[in-house]
Design a protein around this ligand. Structure first.
Ligand code: UD1
Length: 365
């Protein structure tokens, strides 16, 4: 069986990192990188740290407005698929790479497997929401991370036989790499003390593209930084938009470069709380039992919020400030959150492998 996997951004590399070696070992596996992410810190360093093979195709698409980026990737992916003629295409998540890969495969009638199917924020202003919906509706095998996602898919009329509720690959990636984290070394190099800082990331288009939203978030961080140490790995998207809109960051915030995977996990494992609009970090925080405070109005990972592990704060600066302070300074509350049980699965890639082997013997259902 010949499989083409298409990826192009940091989260896709991380969330497929356990599955890719299994595909290499068991099938003829062709890896296609769209080049949506191209900075060393957002791309190559993850291949190195996670010991992944170099892509067979690098499409070097780069950064463009939504339509142009998606269109260029679609055109180039189609060329690769026509040449390689795979039996199966695999995509992950909700990025423009996911959308282009899904459309290219579906239009060429190549069976498509989508990892992380069924997540919904119900906010169609997010490019990711559109990408997820389209990818799910043209996929043949939908790997759902949780029951909520299964329900979303069923409600949208996707046949049950196409849905595989195997779980979430983020967790297994963290568990697999936990032992390689050098927490002390990373914290020392940044002059940090375990448990005495908040790890913050902001990069979502919905939070950064609108200058008013970005200003609100940053003004909350600036005010909070008077009392709380924030460590802020700055995504290139956010950096560019802060500069363009002349929004200053307080000098009390510890701004650092986007981190390699293992260093980021080290920072996550050592923080008191994290504050992030990233989807992946909401999941990764659970493995370290660190509460994740989410500066958004909705999340795809509502299960973790409903369990009481993560908190959806909205984007109003006053609310953000009071909610962060309330949890950061209340040790009893933090202990309570840590005691809440919230299981997660760690064998998702193995299950996907078994499913593909079954398909090899005769069909997805
Ligand atoms: C993309 C995904 C988002 C994911 C995020 C992880 C979409 C719609 N969004 O957002 O779901 O959470 O990746 O990081 O696919 N840039 C660089 N260097 C790079 C990549 C980007 O400087 O290597 C800058 C460019 O200025 C670019 C901007 O970031 O214009 C946005 O990049 P893009 O890939 O369009 O989206 P992300 O914000 O990274």
């Amino acid at each position: 069986m010949k499989i083409v996997t298409i990826l192009g951004t940091r989260p896709e590399i991380v969330k497929l990192s356990a599955l890719l070696p299994l595909l290499d070992q068991n099938f003829t596996h062709v890896l296609v990188h769209t080049g949506q992410h191209y900075d060393y810190n957002l791309d190559q360093v993850f291949f190195e740290e996670l010991h992944l093979k170099e892509p067979n195709y690098s499409l070097n698409t780069g950064s463009h407005p939504q339509g142009r980026q998606t269109g260029r990737m679609l055109e180039k992916i189609e060329e690769v698929l026509l040449l390689e003629k795979p039996d199966l295409v695999i995509v992950q998540g909700d990025t423009n790479t996911t959308l282009s890969g899904s459309l290219a495969a579906a239009k060429l009638h190549i069976p498509l497997l989508h990892v992380e199917s069924g997540c919904r924020s119900f906010n169609r202003r997010m490019p990711e929401e559109i990408n997820r919906i389209v990818a799910d509706h043209v996929s043949d095998c939908l790997i759902a991370p949780d029951q909520k996602s299964v329900n979303n898919l069923l409600q949208e009329g996707i046949p049950e036989g196409k849905i595989y509720p195997f779980g979430n690959t983020s967790f297994e990636a963290v568990v697999r790499n936990k032992e390689f984290i050098r927490q002390k070394e990373v914290l020392n190099s940044l002059g940090l003390e375990k448990g005495n800082y908040v790890l913050a990331t902001i990069h979502r288009a919905e939070n950064t593209d609108n200058p008013e939203n970005l200003q609100n978030l940053i003004s909350a961080l600036n005010q909070l930084s008077e009392q709380i140490l924030f460590v802020f790995p700055l995504h290139p998207r956010t950096k560019k938009l802060l500069e363009r809109n002349g929004i200053p960051l307080s000098s009390k915030i510890k701004v650092i470069e986007p981190q390699p995977y293992l260093s980021f996990l080290a920072l996550l494992s050592g923080c008191r709380l994290c504050f992030s609009d990233s989807g992946g970090i909401q999941e990764e925080a659970l493995v370290f039992n660190v509460p994740c405070l989410i500066p958004r109005n909705e999340t795809e990972w509502i299960r973790l919020v409903q369990a009481g592990k993560n908190f959806l704060l909205g984007t109003n600066p006053e609310n953000l400030i009071s909610s962060v302070k309330k949890i950061y300074f209340d040790q009893e509350e933090q202990e309570k959150i840590k005691q809440i049980p919230c299981p997660y699965e760690t064998d998702v890639s193995e299950k996907i492998l078994a499913l593909i082997k079954k398909m090899e013997r005769g069909g997805c259902d």
